[in-house]
Each structure stands twice: as structure tokens, then as C-alpha cells.
Write a protein that binds this ligand. Sequence first.
Ligand code: ZN
Length: 322
Amino acid sequence: MTISLIKKTFGFVLLSMSTLQIQAQDIIAHQAASDKQMKDISTIKTHKILNNANLNNPATNVYSNWDNASVNSVAGVVPSNFKIDLRGFCMPTPSRVVTSKFGYRWHRQHQGLDIKVYVGDTIRAAFDGKIRVVKYDGNGYGHYVVIRHPNGLETLYGHMSRTLVNPDQIVKAGQVIGLGGNTGRSTGSHLHFETRLAGKAIDPTLLFDFPNQDIVSDYYIYRGEKIQKEARTSASALASVANDQNNLERALETAEKKASTNSRRNTSSRKVAQSKAKSYKVKKGDTLYSIAKKSGMSVKELCKKNGIKQTAKIKPGQTLKC
Ligand SMILES: [Zn+2]
């Protein structure tokens, strides 16, 4: 592939390479990520040709609607077993600093990943796609953008100072969609980044490795929680995703199978651990909040489990289910 072609089609890669020259102190790590993005160019090209036709109606296999209302206005069923092609990605920001993880925090679920960016920093589309939502939510995401991608994912970029795209616009991976900011429910400028499948938030660190500026692997196979809990056999679970494998994909799935077996082992050992610690004897100084926190659940869940109100008084010596 000639430099001019690369320049024309993948300007963003060259951009990250020039950053690489400037930031000499970090050159090895940068090189690794750029190599990966460069190496993927030929596959991206094929992939792009295949997907261009789908950009106007991305991922109709997952979504049954298209509207510009909000991130949650998604119609579609979360697939229980779904292979997401992550090739053709672009990191939304060159920042490597994750300031808050996905998961439970401050009594609520944090549906995304917070990445340190400064006001005015360039924010880019993670994949090719079609802009679904461009909105301002003063009590939440601030200025935010949701993009639907042909690989089935929707990505969300929140707290931006400005958005630079319009609803229904087609974007390419790496295209600038907005500028970093501190709008909405945010303390300190950062990018709130979400990855969703049919509305269900997936931990972005399972897909993107911000510290290394890379994807975690070429594919991510989403398995519904139900499947993990039910210990369905790997063979049948894999059979439903194995429609179009070549040898490479088969190798990937074998690796995935091993990982899934391990994860089920972990799940069952966690189940044993949980059943051992089913009840909790209230100690002096305990509150519903402190017990809920220790048990990894919300106060609401704890109260529901014990059939008590959130305002209920608890006494030392009392036993709670958790
Ligand atoms: Zn956040």
C-alpha cells in the first residue's frame, strides 16, 4: 500500500504516527498500537467495502428501529450470543488515562468508562457508523453523541464541550465528532465513553484497551448473562456463532471456548462463595448502606431481599440475607 493511499484513506493513522515522533519518551508503547492499526488496514479495507452498503441502515440484525430521541430509545433484543467485529476501530482519544471504571459506584451503575481529556481535545468515532443521537442533557451526559455501527455496537461519547456532527450523518472510524469537555453531570473535563449492544451497556475495557491504545482482540463475543449462569455447553454456545468461520476464526473461538470454560469455573466458585456467605449478622455501627456495600449490592436490593423498608432500623445481632 502506498503512502499516498494510506494518507488519503487513513489520515488519522498518520496523525497518530506524528504524535509518536513527538512523544519520544513513550515510543515503544505508541509503536505497538500504531503497528496494530497499520497492520489492520488491508482487513479494514475489505471490511469497509462490505460494510459501506450497511452504513445507511447499520446492524438491522440487532435493531428494529432507528430514531434520534435518546440513547435508551432502542428497540431490539439483546442477543444472547453475538460476535462483534472490532477490526476497523479507531481509539476515540489518544488519552491513556482511565479515571473511572465501568460498574457500580456512588449508589448507581456507571454505564461507561471515564477517560481523562481536556476541554477542546479531539474526540473521534470509534468505528464507521451512522450518527443516531446528538443531544444536550444538562443533568447527565451533557453534550453527547450516540453512533450506531454495522458491527452491532452503539457507542456513546458524553460530557463534550461541543458536538461536530448531525443526526443521521454517516461517519468513518476516526472522524472527529466533537470536542472534549465538562458539560452535564461531570466534575472535571473527561470523556464518558459507552459501548452498548441493543441498549445493554458492555464494559468498554472488554473491547478497548485505552492505556495501550488498542482493541483487546479482533472480535468480542458477547454472551448473555443467562448463558454464563446456566453453564450451557461450549459446543452448543459456539455452534450458534460459528456460521462463517475460516481457520483463523476457528482458532479464535477455541481460545474463546477455553476462556468461557474458565469464566464458568469462576462463576461456579463465586456461587459457592456466595452461598457460604448468605446471611450477615449485624454488628454495632453497621448501616444498611455499609452492609449493602460489603455485599456488593444496592440498599434497594438488600431491602428487597429482606422484605424491609430502606428506612428500617437494624439492630446488632440481627441477621440479614445478603
Ligand atoms: Zn462516566
